[in-house]
Design a binder for this molecule. Structure first.
Ligand SMILES: [Zn+2]
Ligand SMILES: [Zn+2]
Length: 466
């Protein structure tokens, strides 16, 4: 018995689909081939290089434009005499490959999608389209890039004004974070370029951004050859260490904002004491700092690992560190409103893991049920007992509890982390873009995307009349 009925003979097939299948059956073909003008030209001319050059998508502009717009597509369809041809074209979006290649070859597609010349060539080669030359692509990128930077800057200025309007006080609060094009190990930074941005607390939009570059390919090659440098848009603006870029960018952005009548009163940032102290001495003495919650928690865990490495405590295993960090996170989250309670609970946490519950509050499992409670999250479900470890851990917690004021007013620079991710998607860390203006353009693209949304691509194309 036949169990499955073929879809082509089923009752629920649409009339248009049936018509299309009938056309295929009548012509005895299974798929449509030679669907666009370039492929048919390629078939006619053969495969040698000169023939392929003739088939470049820029050959016939009128035909390109007519295919590109929706209105003229209808006209194209009307011109087709064969009615069956119309039936399969209806309801579909048909875009000529020539149109795609023109759009891809504009610099904006490369900057927006975070690819370089090689990846674009790979993509075009899979479509059987001759690749775009590196020089042409770079020219297009430069045309687009400057417009892109203008749009990014003006969007930041708009966001800064809006942030100021939304804040009732005289100064605004903004989160700050920097990033580098090359991955840092956390201790050593050797990136040739860096970027940083301020994001307004109320609007969530980027209000200022800045970049620093240590290297310029053209200047460097001229220096090596010992010849004069040709005129170019040189982006080299930094000589110092890569880590110092962050504080320099912070100060220059704060000064810029102040000159535009936007005063930043509170900065939400990581535990970088250099940047804030420089900013206080050079820009504003009473600048307030709020710690970023995620950075603070990560910092505490890192300190525990440092203790483990330096003093080699056997009881301070990764499991113990993970448990203490978790308790610290709960303690910080649950005592945001009360500084005194935060101080007491931080010390209680240190004693609790050693079996001393004299400081513990209602959260303590032992106090709730002393007979059945076991510290199951510690190794072998036993309390820690190393006295030296206890002294070291309590010292660390005393330091945090003496700074409990900072712990009760935590901010978030998550928006900056998200922006840094967007930047690294436009300028992937595996590729090198810091030798030319490309890195700056890519940072500007990410900023424009953050402030305007994907519509920035259309804005850029309109501003350069594409
Ligand atoms: Zn240069
Ligand atoms: Zn306890």
């Amino acid at each position: 018995m036949k169990r499955h009925r073929s879809t082509s003979t089923g009752r629920f097939i649409s009339a248009s689909k049936k018509k299309r299948i009938d056309v295929f059956k009548a012509n005895n073909v299974r798929k449509i081939i030679n669907d666009h003008s370039y492929s048919s030209k390629l078939c006619d001319h053969g495969d040698n290089d000169s023939d392929i050059a003739e088939c470049l998508p820029v050959v016939d502009d009128s035909e390109e434009n007519s295919y590109a717009s929706g209105d003229s597509l209808d006209r194209q369809i009307d011109n087709v005499n064969d009615t069956t041809e119309i039936s399969w074209r209806q309801g579909r979006r048909i875009v000529e490959l020539g149109f795609i290649v023109d759009k891809l070859s504009e610099g904006c597609s490369v900057l927006h999608s975070g690819i370089g010349e090689r990846k674009l060539s790979n993509l075009l080669s899979t479509l059987s389209i001759p690749p775009c030359s590196k020089t042409t692509l770079k020219k297009r990128e430069r045309e687009i890039g400057e417009a892109l930077e203008d749009i990014a800057r003006s969007s930041c200025a708009d966001a800064a004004v809006r942030e100021k309007d939304l804040t009732k006080e005289s100064s605004i609060s903004a989160s700050f974070d920097g990033g580098w094009q090359k991955r840092g190990s956390g201790k050593s930074y050797s990136s040739l370029s860096g970027h940083a941005a301020f994001i307004g607390h109320k609007t969530g939009k980027c209000i200022a951004f800045s970049t620093r570059n240590k290297y310029c390919r053209k200047c460097d090659s001229a220096l090596k050859k010992g010849c004069d440098v040709k005129e170019h848009d040189c982006r080299k603006n930094w000589e110092g260490s890569s880590k110092a870029m962050e504080s320099d960018m912070c100060i220059s952005m704060l000064k810029n904002l102040e000159s535009n009548d936007v005063c930043v009163g509170t900065i939400i940032m990581d535990n970088d004491s250099t940047t804030i102290s420089k900013a206080r001495s050079e820009v504003k003495a009473d600048l307030k700092k709020q710690c970023d919650r995620n950075h603070l928690l990560k910092d505490f865990t890192n300190k525990l690992y440092d203790i483990r490495k330096a003093k080699n405590f056997r009881e301070l295993t990764p499991k113990t560190i993970s448990h203490i960090s978790k308790c610290f996170r709960y303690c910080v989250s649950q005592n945001q409103a009360d500084t005194e309670k935060m101080k007491k609970n931080l010390l209680a946490l240190g004693k609790h893991v050693f079996g001393d519950h004299s400081y513990c509050g209602s959260w303590c499992g032992y106090l709730q049920n002393p007979l059945k409670y076991k510290p199951k999250h510690l190794p072998y479900s036993r309390y820690l007992c190393d006295e030296k470890l206890k002294i070291t851990l309590m010292d660390l917690l005393h330091k945090y509890s003496s700074d409990a004021d900072k712990l009760t007013h935590l901010g978030s620079s998550q928006a900056n982390e998200s922006l840094n991710n967007a930047i690294s998607s436009k300028a992937p860390k595996t590729n090198f873009f810091s030798g030319s203006e490309s890195n700056d353009y890519r940072v500007a693209a990410a900023i424009a995307q953050k402030n305007i949304g994907y519509g920035y691509v259309t804005d850029v194309c309109q501003s350069v009349m594409l």
